[in-house]
Design a protein around this ligand. Structure first.
Ligand code: URA
Length: 243
């Protein structure tokens, strides 16, 4: 969640009202009101969730939650901070970072595709809860020939290297050959789950991309590394699949 208070100039700069210097100018000119009183200082701390901020009479459209869909590129990690590696949050502009968003679950560093990023902890928690069994669809490029037998095994649940038996998963062969193209739907999110499921049938995942979470599909118009806010409909769909 958002920190309780932040510097006024930072809030406004992040909402596109110019640089900190320009915001300072607006404050000097008495053009910024906090709860109906002209702001005294651009460095003052304000809680944008509880205070009404107006710029030249226009109310700041502050929202509590942000919901982003990202087409995650390979090479970045699904975390908010890392000492060495680039994170998915690093890819976002400040206007989104002020919400302190975090990725809902993890995709491996080499996995691409749909990642929901939000600061809505309650929704994230439900989407990740094993009790909710939210389906996730992946496109999987596999080294080796994926067979009907694999489909059957996956549909019964697969025992992973640590002895854990997965829930039944639906495997579909798109293209069969030395390298197979497949799509899989899983209902949980164990560590490296898809890769480990294929390892259990002696095959190696060469490329993995998440296509769907719940019933929200990756927007085909998003290039790798691009992102956009969820639409109202998509947000509703996420809520529907956990309620
Ligand atoms: N399964 C994996 O093995 N990796 C991912 O990133 C997601 C699912």
């Amino acid at each position: 969640f958002m920190a309780d208070t932040q510097r006024l100039d930072k809030i406004l700069a992040n909402f596109g009202y110019g640089t900190r210097k320009e915001v300072k100018q607006l404050v000097k000119q008495g053009k910024i009101m906090i709860d109906g009183i002209p702001a005294a200082d651009s460095a003052m701390h304000v809680n944008p969730e509880t205070s009404i901020i107006e710029v030249e009479g226009e109310k700041l459209n502050y929202k509590e939650y942000i919901y982003i869909m990202m087409n995650k590129p390979a090479g970045v990690i699904s975390a908010t901070f890392d000492n060495k590696l680039k994170t998915v949050i690093d890819l976002l502009p400040d206007q989104y970072k002020v919400f302190n968003p975090f990725p809902v679950g993890r995709l491996d560093i080499d996995t691409e595709g749909l990642l929901i990023i939000t600061n809505d902890g309650a929704l994230a928690h439900m989407l990740l809860s094993p009790k909710k069994s939210v389906p996730k669809t992946y496109y999987v490029l596999v080294e080796g020939k994926v067979t009907e037998e694999d489909i059957k095994s996956f549909s019964k649940g697969i025992v992973l290297d640590d002895g854990y038996k997965t829930l039944p998963a639906q495997l579909k062969i798109l293209k069969q050959g030395e390298h197979s193209e497949t799509e899989i739907i899983i209902y949980e999110g164990k560590f490296h789950q898809v890769k480990r499921m294929f390892e259990s049938v002696d095959k190696k995942v060469k490329y993995l991309r998440r296509l769907v979470m719940g019933s929200v599909a990756l927007d085909e118009k998003l290039e790798i590394g691009q992102f956009r806010e969820l639409t109202q409909e998509e947000l509703q769909m996420l809520h529907d699949c956990v309620n």
